[in-house]
Design a protein around this ligand. Sequence first.
Ligand code: HEM
Length: 438
Amino acid sequence: MGSANRPPTPDGVPLMGHGWAFARDPWTAMREWAERGAVVELSFPGRSMYMVTDPQLVERVLVADQDRFTLSRAQRQTFAGIEDHAVTASTGERWKRLRRALQPAFEWDGVRSYGDRMAERTAAHVDDWDPGDRLDLWAEMRRLTLHVLGDTLLGVDVEGEEAVIHEAADALVAKTDFRRPGQLLPDWVPTPTQRRFERAVGALDEYIEGVIADSSPEPAGDSVVGVLLAARERGDLSPAEVRDNLTALFLAGHDSSAVTLTYAWYELGRHPEVRERLVAEVDGVFDGELPGADDFDDLDGVRTVVDETLRLYPPAFATSREATDPVTIGGYDLPAGAQLMLPQWVLHRDERYWEDPDTFDPARWERDADRPEYAYFPFSGGPRHCIGMRFARLELVIALATMVDRVDLDVSVDGPLTFTPSLSLRPENDVRATVRTT
Ligand code: HEM
């Protein structure tokens, strides 16, 4: 490969390469690197990576040329030891078989039937708060989204079991924090983070095995547990595939939604005029009742707040892929095995496509803007895009509308908002909220 065909490399430091700037402030570093070009080559200790920040090229990788890319090394490492037999960790024919097996649980007709229950669960959660209560907002939102998920899509009662699921999610996030010094060590090295992860996975496996043992395909119907067990009965899924897919859905199915609701409240706190508009909208749309899936299309203001929150705070801050063959991207030749990072974080805040990109402005979604499709891809794209996208969008709109109708939260953060560069864009600060009645 001629060096003339290699992408530019932003300045790094000896040994640590670009890892130094990333560990200090990944959010600024990624945006600065993108200024060097649509494709840049980055080196981190022990690995190199190509960051792609042109929407057309992102679309090529995810959609048009998707058969030339597979799971990245980072994705494989993330799910090793916890979701080895799940859709999230699979490739090729096996991935197709697992995705097909899960798909019936995610059809829109089934998903929309959960709307009422999403609202009821949210209302019950919020009605437990008293005026003046001081909440850990992130902790509240993850409990809420876990209960909504359990009560609807999964068909599993998670009451009293939150700790085992959340500890596994926390251990996974700690393991996949890109700044963690031990992240490059193989999993058999017993670092404290790895030991914690193994303990948490052991406990979660035991819990999930119990859920499976207590369920039968019949009563659960279209819920995920029902769909998975029916597939096992038909011989389409192995017991390990049932367990690991359920694990994947427990974790992927609530963490990102909780992150989004936390940041939506954070921004509503900073923009009272937006909150007032939402209060007026929900009054007009469901007027003291609870919302359901039929209200989704009428809740324009709530939808734009959700869209804008996912733009500014994409829970998956980057999608990644590995090239299976040599590829030419943006005029550069990348070798087979090249690791690609497609950062939502950078594209969602690119001033070529977004006016005042760092400003929370839900009204931008009502103004005409001619921007490429992949300037915005919070759920990724192509055949591997988020299978839970429709469920998540419905849940976010219904949960936010229900909450806004019932309470106001006075949100405070200790210092500027910072995030964990890991599996989901979690807040690193304490995000506190004091409950006020509306
Ligand atoms: C705000 C909420 C959510 C966001 C932003 C989000 C985002 C994403 C992204 C970016 C991917 C990666 C796709 C890729 O590699 O191209 C993904 C995959 C996935 N998501 Fe979500 N997600 C959310 C909610 C959910 C929910 C609610 C569920 C399930 C109930 C879910 C289940 C999954 C699964 C199973 C995959 C793997 C799909 C595959 O490999 O075929 N997600 N999600």
